[in-house]
Design a protein around this ligand. Structure first.
Ligand SMILES: [Zn+2]
Ligand SMILES: [Zn+2]
Length: 123
């Protein structure tokens, strides 16, 4: 039986581990990824967060000007069969995380050695 490459990027199990503050995904091919929720929030791919990060890069002091965004997930819902959307405790819910991007950004030593700075696109 062969599994098409797009299906490899599909989770069979997605768990928000509130006590460890992690997002755990088990993929169709059996690989398991564990992301820190603080990282998931940090790399939020929505337009306003991307913009915020671009501005922070040009003015590093901005990073310290406000409270850190919430890394507590209130809710998670699938978007079609290709992505997941999180609602954070501070109400932010614009980021749509493609499964392929999450899989490409897996922080395990096999995939990326460590956490990438941003959501990676699938090759
Ligand atoms: Zn965002
Ligand atoms: Zn991995």
């Amino acid at each position: 039986m062969s599994i098409s490459s797009s299906k490899q990027h599909h989770p069979v199990d997605l768990t928000i581990n509130r006590s460890a503050s992690t997002l755990e995904i088990e993929w169709v091919d059996g690989h398991k990824s564990c992301y820190r929720l603080a990282w998931v929030r940090k790399v939020c791919p929505c337009a306003s967060c991307l913009d915020e990060r671009r501005q922070a890069e040009s003015d590093p002091l901005r990073l310290m000007s406000g409270p850190l965004p919430s890394a507590v997930v209130e809710d998670a819902e699938f978007v079609g069969n290709y992505a997941v959307r999180f609602t954070w405790a501070d109400g932010h819910a614009n980021g749509i995380y493609g499964f392929a991007n999450l899989r490409a950004s897996c922080p395990c030593s096999e995939c990326n050695q460590s956490e990438p700075d941003a959501l990676l696109s699938a090759s």
